[in-house]
Design a protein around this ligand. Sequence first.
Ligand code: FAD
Ligand code: DHB
Length: 389
Amino acid sequence: MKTQVAVIGGGPSGLLLSQLLNKNGIETVVLERASRKHVLSRIRAGMLEWGTVELLREAGVGARMDAQGYPHDGCYLSDDDEIVHIDFHALTGKQVMVYGQTEVTTDLYAAQDAMGTTIIHGVEDVEIYDLHEAESYVDYTLDGVRHRVTCAYVAGCDGFHGVSRKTIPADVRQEFERVYPFGWLGILSETPPIADELIYANSKHGFALASMRNENLVRHYVQVPLTDKVEDWSDARFWTEFKKRLPTHVADKVVMAPSIEKSIAPLRSFVSEPLKWGNLFLVGDAAHIVPPTGAKGLNLAVSDVHYLKDALIKVFKENDLSGIDGYSEKALERIWKAMRFSWQMTTMMHQFDGEDSFAAQMRKATFSHLKTSETARRDLAQNYIGLPF
Ligand code: FAD
Ligand code: DHB
């Protein structure tokens, strides 16, 4: 099979890139290891930056998001019983959108089907060759038979555990990593949201996040030790712990209900540089991971897609290589700023086991500064709603 861009990974990055390229007359083949059902059952991010919203509209997948998503004007941060409201709209003129990653992915699959693009599920043993030649190859096994895709470029959209990043020789790659000593336990539950906006709650019992998907579906998280397993957390234990971490007057409003999904994600910051090696480009989680505090993971994947689709359009339409040559540097500049914000939010909102007494005082001072300084709130808001592309 021959195509212009082979896309490895059919998660949000791969599907959105494929959608935007095909809309611009550039052919792709998407190779996805898992089944479509599996991809759509992974409950992950829920908060879209406005730049993400606009790119999804440009891709032709904005209709259901605009009808069913929830624009939010701000969020709350709390520290025990104290609350500060970050009014994104008043501070920046912008909003964010509550719309789950699974919904985004569902819309992208539907749009790709309508365009008749090629998405192959269940591929195994993907290998990438000849990345410094005019034509590159991606080989894979499907139902026991080896196949080959010949292409001009390869987009590595295959997440943190994919093959794309590892195809770049170790002596070319520079990796930066910070692993945090805790994870987030998340539940999905059919009960109404406890507030009109998200609450990021710090407390002496640890961190909690109250998020939502719709009027009767919430996504809530609590900080847990890395050694904890999902089985250690009954629904009753989750709700008790969640309520303890919220301001009292908010906790009183919590309506407990059974969980319909429960999972634990470890927290890490990770960047692999460069994002380009010959004809291969890394996109999204294949190149970088942020801790979820601040909702940057999916949004950062989308900004990579934005830069890469512009660069590839320039090559195929104008024979201009400047975009792809500059992709790594351009994307990394924004990636590092999102890394900084996610790390700062994580540090500000979580207790670290074994931390010294100074750390707690720094968190309190940061919170107090946010309460009293509009400049500090504006800076947080600008980062949260997303830096410009
Ligand atoms: P992925 O979504 O990982 O997609 C990669 C795709 O590639 C997958 O479909 C995978 O099956 C496929 N693949 C992998 N290897 C291969 C291979 N060898 N060959 C072919 N296909 C392959 N972000 C937030 O903002 N908030 C959250 O609450 C949040 N929670 C998260 C929870 C978890 C458990 C994880 C892992 C991530 C979470 N994220 C969250 C981050 C966010 O979901 C990601 O940033 C986003 O999914 C990145 O999209 P992606 O397409 O780059 O990668
Ligand atoms: C959600 C997850 C996040 O990490 C975040 O910062 C905001 C919202 C969510 O799943 O809804």
